[in-house]
Write a protein that binds this ligand. Structure first.
Ligand SMILES: Nc1ncnc2c1ncn2[C@@H]1O[C@H](COP(=O)(O)OP(=O)(O)OP(=O)(O)O)[C@@H](O)[C@H]1O
Ligand SMILES: [Mg+2]
Length: 465
């Protein structure tokens, strides 16, 4: 598309002359002889650049530009000023005008100024696009992650946020469950209403009950006044039930009733209070196990787990570590008023090799400690705390059956591993073999052979989405 220029000047002969030159250079040029005419043209059509005289009867060039910006925030402005009125020209730059030209000028000067402004516009647009792409790829608000499992989490958040569906978040300690819960709330239509959190694991049964549902005056000794519970506080907003797996069986029944009836009863009360609350729950425990051994009610789980979000542990997304490290370094630089540039290769390698039982929270702590002890421009020494160590390290080991001879067992595991790796890669690449072979850094011919060997049906992945 040709760049579109609106040229405004009260000197008719100048306008005609300039138009011939601009059209000759391939610009679509429209003329106006005062601000009123210009505004009329601006309301009917969009332009890339407004080139206007500063001094005009009625509204001056700068005021015209400001009005034009209100109508179209993308329009750029060039102002033509008479000799000797530089200060007003400088003022206009402060107001967002791209450039000014002093009259009288040679046609080349006008052309050069327009070209420069167009170049700047293209650059700004490019930066804008890049920034959007980067944001989309590497974060969701303040949640960082480019790993495909985190991308799946972002997509789920995006899909579920606008709805009122209950969400059940699972993941080990420190993976970002609360962060995700908040992201859902603050991207939902309830964002201007409260986000209220309860840590169900930290309170005794009776305290938790009054925290959740409130109590009436005189409900128990010490209940001098009636008190609203968190359900009532969260009315219209979101209630975040953290460590939901710790709720006692008796309280689970009450909670189940509240989710069925969208109403609660205060402790010691005898009437029900309607509440409009979206519940997001989270746990780092194995909730299925709790259902199996009957310490968590299945009906309640079904009511809370309408949409399930599993946040992977950090060791399953080590490709996110460099990004997270940069993110935390920036935050810590602000906090400690330092200017640390990054982590050394050696430190980064250590960070990538650690198994992160405390997940992102542990990474945050490790970096904060390193920050305090670093004097140089980069973090070079990292120390891992023992407090996050897993008590039972065998948890991560592969289950083995020693009745099968070692060589055969090894071959079986290898085959299963190969097939799983292949399937996952093909899935990520939409079934495309050359893309997959590139990703796996494997010869395409070898990949084809393995696909055949494992009888993999690629069409399963090509038809997805
Ligand atoms: N993807 C991420 N990007 C940026 N910061 C993160 C990310 N994940 C977690 N964090 C940060 O790590 C810390 C722990 O996160 P959060 O409290 O949400 O974890 P959690 O899963 O609720 O942990 P717990 O089970 O111990 O309650 C927070 O400071 C959070 O801001
Ligand atoms: Mg938490």
């Amino acid at each position: 598309m040709k760049p579109r220029i609106l040229l405004v000047d009260d000197q008719v002969s100048f306008c005609r002359h300039a138009k011939t030159i601009l059209v000759g250079e391939g610009y679509e040029t429209t003329l106006a002889h005062d601000a009123g005419q210009a505004l009329e043209k601006l309301s009917g059509q969009s332009f890339d650049i407004l080139v206007t005289d500063m001094k005009m009867p009625g509204m001056d060039g700068l005021a015209l530009f400001m009005k034009a910006r209100k109508m179209d925030s993308d329009i750029s402005g060039i102002i033509m000023t008479a000799y000797g009125s530089i200060s007003s020209a400088v003022d206009s730059i402060k107001q967002g005008v791209s450039d000014y030209i002093q009259k009288p000028f040679e046609p080349e000067v006008l052309l050069m100024t327009i070209e420069k402004t167009l170049r700047e516009r293209r650059m700004i647009q490019e930066i804008h696009h890049l920034r959007q792409a980067v944001n989309q790829r590497y974060s969701y608000g303040n949640i960082i992650g480019k790993n495909h499992k985190m991308q799946d989490v972002f997509h789920l958040i995006e899909k579920v946020a606008p709805t009122a569906s209950r969400v059940f978040i699972t993941g080990e300690t420190g993976v970002g469950k609360e962060l995700v819960a908040k992201a859902i709330h603050f991207n939902s239509p309830r964002k201007n209403k409260p986000f209220v959190g309860i840590n169900c694991g930290a309170l005794s049964e009776t305290l938790l009950e009054t925290e959740m549902f409130g109590h009436e005056q005189g409900a128990f000794t010490g209940a001098a006044r009636c008190k609203q519970g968190k359900f009532e506080y969260a009315h219209g907003g979101t209630l975040f039930l953290d460590e939901v797996g710790d709720i006692s069986p008796a309280l689970q029944v009450k909670l189940l009733r509240a989710t069925q009836e969208n109403a609660i009863e205060r402790v010691g009360g005898n009437h029900s209070i309607d509440v409009d609350v979206r519940i997001i729950s989270a746990t780092n425990q194995d909730i299925q196990e709790k259902i199996k051994n009957r310490s968590f009610r299945m009906e309640l789980f079904y009511r809370l787990n309408v949409v399930a979000i599993r946040i992977p542990p950090l060791r399953e997304r080590i490709d996110d570590i460099p990004l997270l490290v940069n993110h935390f370094i920036q935050t810590l630089n602000r906090k400690f008023d330092k200017n640390i540039q990054g982590a050394s290769t050696r430190a980064m390698k250590q960070l990538m090799q650690h198994n992160w039982p405390g997940n992102v929270r542990e990474l945050e702590n490790v970096l904060e400690r390193a920050f305090v002890t670093t004097d140089g421009a980069v973090i070079d020494v990292v120390e891992f705390s023992h407090s996050f160590q897993r008590p039972v390290e065998t948890e991560n080991l592969y289950p083995v059956d020693t009745d099968i001879p070692f060589k055969i067992a090894m071959a079986m595991v290898q085959q299963r591993f190969e097939k799983s790796y292949l399937l996952e890669t093909l899935k990520q690449c939409g079934g495309n073999v050359s893309k997959s072979s590139e990703k796996m850094e494997l010869n395409p011919r070898t990949l084809w052979r393995k696909i055949k060997e494992y009888q993999i049906d690629r069409s399963e992945f090509t038809s997805q989405e």
